[in-house]
Each structure stands twice: as C-alpha cells, then as structure tokens.
Design a binder for this molecule. Structure first.
Ligand code: ADP
Ligand code: MG
Length: 320
C-alpha cells in the first residue's frame, strides 16, 4: 500500500532543526516561524528544478535532492549570506519510497554540511518537479549586489569553468574514465561556494553565481553596474579533467564561456582590496583566478591568447 502524504513527510522530511534558537517552529504546523539573529537581515531566494528541463529524467534521486539544495545555496553564496533554513515544494508522479529515501538523503547530506534546516514545504501529485526556497542572513547592507562593480575593479572567478556543461555533453556516453566522471560529478553535485561568498562581503563590490555561463552572468553584473569588462582568454581557469576529456580547444572554450551549471562565483574587487583577497587564498577550499578587469566602455572585450581583441555580445559565442 502506498504511504500517505502525512507518513511521507514524517519519514523523509521531518528532522530536528539544528538552529534551535532561530527556528521557532518547523515542520508540522500551518506555517513555520523563524527569527533572524539580532543585528541581521534576512535574504531569500528560490529555485525550481523540473525533470527533463533542469535534469535528465533518469537522474538519480540522491543527485536531484543534492542539486536542488545546492543551486539555492549558490544563490545565498552569491549574496554573501549565511544560509539558515529552506522550504521544499515537491511534485511527484507517485509516493515511491525507493525514490524518496535517496532523494532526502542527498538533500540532507548537503544541508548538514551547511547547517541549514528544512522547516516546511508542500507535497503534491504531478510531474516530477522540485522547488526549494532558502533563507539566510546578512548584516545590514552587507550583501553582495550585482550592481556594485566599479571601473578598475579586478574580475575574479572561483574554481574552474565549463566542467558542468562538458559533463552534460558527456552524460549519454557513460564514459568511465576519471576525467569524464569528474565532469559529470561537477554537473550533478555542484559545490556551492558559501564560505567564499561570506568572506567576500567586505572585499568584493559585485558578485553573481555562474548558472548560465560566464558571459551571460558577468553580463548581468555589467548591465546592472553600467560598466564593461575586458577578459583575458589565457586567464580562464580550465580544469585538467576538461582538458583531458575534451580535445577540441574551441569546444572547451564554449563550455567555459557559454556553458551553464558551474555554480562558481564571479566577483569584482577594487584594486585597493586585492591584498585582502590575496590573504584569503590559503583559507579557501577553492581556487580564485583573476580573469580581467572592469572598464568604462560598455560590453565585453575579449583578449584572445594571441592578443587579438574582439567585442562579444553577452551570449554571442556561436562563432566558437
Ligand atoms: P497545509 O495543508 O496546512 O498546507 P500540509 O499537509 O501541506 O499542510 O503540510 C503539513 C506540514 O508538513 C506543514 O508544516 C508543511 O510545511 C510540511 N510539509 C509538507 N510537505 C513538505 C515537504 N515536501 N517538505 C517539508 N515539509 C513539508
Ligand atoms: Mg500544504
């Protein structure tokens, strides 16, 4: 006999909150009650994942659970906030326990890493769709906006770019070499750069997480800040796995610039604060790389490895 909606929530989603001081009331009432710590503002984001659009329909339940939370944590990271709680709206074709168990394990494994508590949600029958809303905290006005980039700022990215897009392209091939496996893991289990985002709050002028590709997402910073950028091709950080798994250099470049789903941070730092950023390096669990600088003239100037300068439209990478 299929389990009831009530049993499903009890078994798979009701866990004791870890943030007992701030989660006044969690799962089980008509709504949750939360409190921000004294002296903090609340930051809220929401992201929806639909089967067949945001992940292949046959994606493992544990990976879907992990990623649904990871993409939301990434938005919190991009704001420089401390993640605190989340709610989960779940549309399921049926109450399949063999799917729900790994789904909730994948999700709670990441939740535990970041000390975020599931405080409520909704469960309905329908096509597979997972929506998570997340809440976090920042000190008043200490969030990282898109609109703060200044002419002369250095532009940085965390980690490496293009891995997830390459992983998506490699997925159907079911390759078992370690490079391909690494790229697929980067797609299915992105690492939200939460600690980095919080450290950048007093250093960066602008920040965004890269979910749609570097050019599109850096483009959002440029547009919001009414500035331009010059980017050095030679500086774009590419993983050894991407170099190993994909031989065509133009394909690598297309993944790195126009591919989505990396969930790395792209941020701008004024020259005066570069020493502070440099001091951070050995405290971080990811690399940070300067890829260019903010310019007065609008748009994106691309400096190729041989020094040619071209202007790029935000998504104009068809020529690669
Ligand atoms: P209501 O009818 O008042 O909306 P529900 O029966 O939908 O109540 O939910 C009962 C409780 O279980 C609520 O506290 C709700 O937040 C929680 N809940 C429902 N679905 C989920 C879910 N997928 N994840 C976490 N909590 C959930
Ligand atoms: Mg409800």
């Amino acid at each position: 006999m299929p389990i009831t909606e009530f049993e499903l929530i009890e078994r798979f989603f009701k866990r004791k909150p870890t943030r007992t001081r701030e989660i006044i009331l969690g799962i089980g009432d008509d709504a949750a009650v939360v409190r921000a710590p004294a002296g903090y503002d609340t930051v809220i984001a929401i992201d929806m994942l639909n089967a067949g659009i945001h992940f292949p329909p046959d994606t493992a339940a544990a990976d879907i659970g992990y990623k649904a939370l990871a993409v939301n944590l990434s938005d919190i990271a991009a704001m420089g906030a401390i993640p605190a709680w989340f709610t989960l709206a779940l549309s399921l074709p049926d109450a399949d326990e063999a799917w729900l168990a790994p789904f909730s394990e994948g999700m709670f494994a990441l939740a535990a890493q970041h000390q975020v508590d599931l405080i409520g949600g909704d469960t309905t029958r329908g096509p597979l769709s997972v929506t998570i809303q997340i809440g976090g905290w920042v000190k008043p006005d200490q969030y990282l906006p898109r609109a703060g980039a200044q002419v002369g700022d250095r532009i940085y990215v965390s980690g490496t770019l293009g891995d997830a897009a390459a992983g998506l392209a490699l997925l159907p091939q079911q390759r078992k070499d370690s490079a391909a496996l690494h790229l697929v893991t980067r797609l299915l289990r992105p690492t939200p750069r939460v600690a980095l985002g919080q450290k950048l709050v007093t250093i960066a002028n602008a920040c965004i997480d890269i979910s749609d590709g570097l050019t599109a997402d850096l483009g959002h910073i440029l547009q919001a800040s009414a500035v331009g950028a010059r980017i050095q091709q030679s500086a774009i950080p590419i993983s050894s796995a991407l170099h190993e798994a994909v031989t065509n250099p133009l394909e690598i470049l297309r993944y790195a610039l126009a591919g989505g789903d990396d969930y790395e941070l792209c941020f701008t730092v004024p020259a005066a604060k570069v020493p502070q950023l440099e001091n951070l390096r050995n405290q971080l669990d990811c690399s940070i790389t300067q890829i260019g600088e903010i310019t007065q003239s609008p748009g994106l100037q691309w400096v190729s490895v041989n020094g040619d300068v071209t202007r790029l439209a935000p998504q104009g990478f068809q020529h690669f």
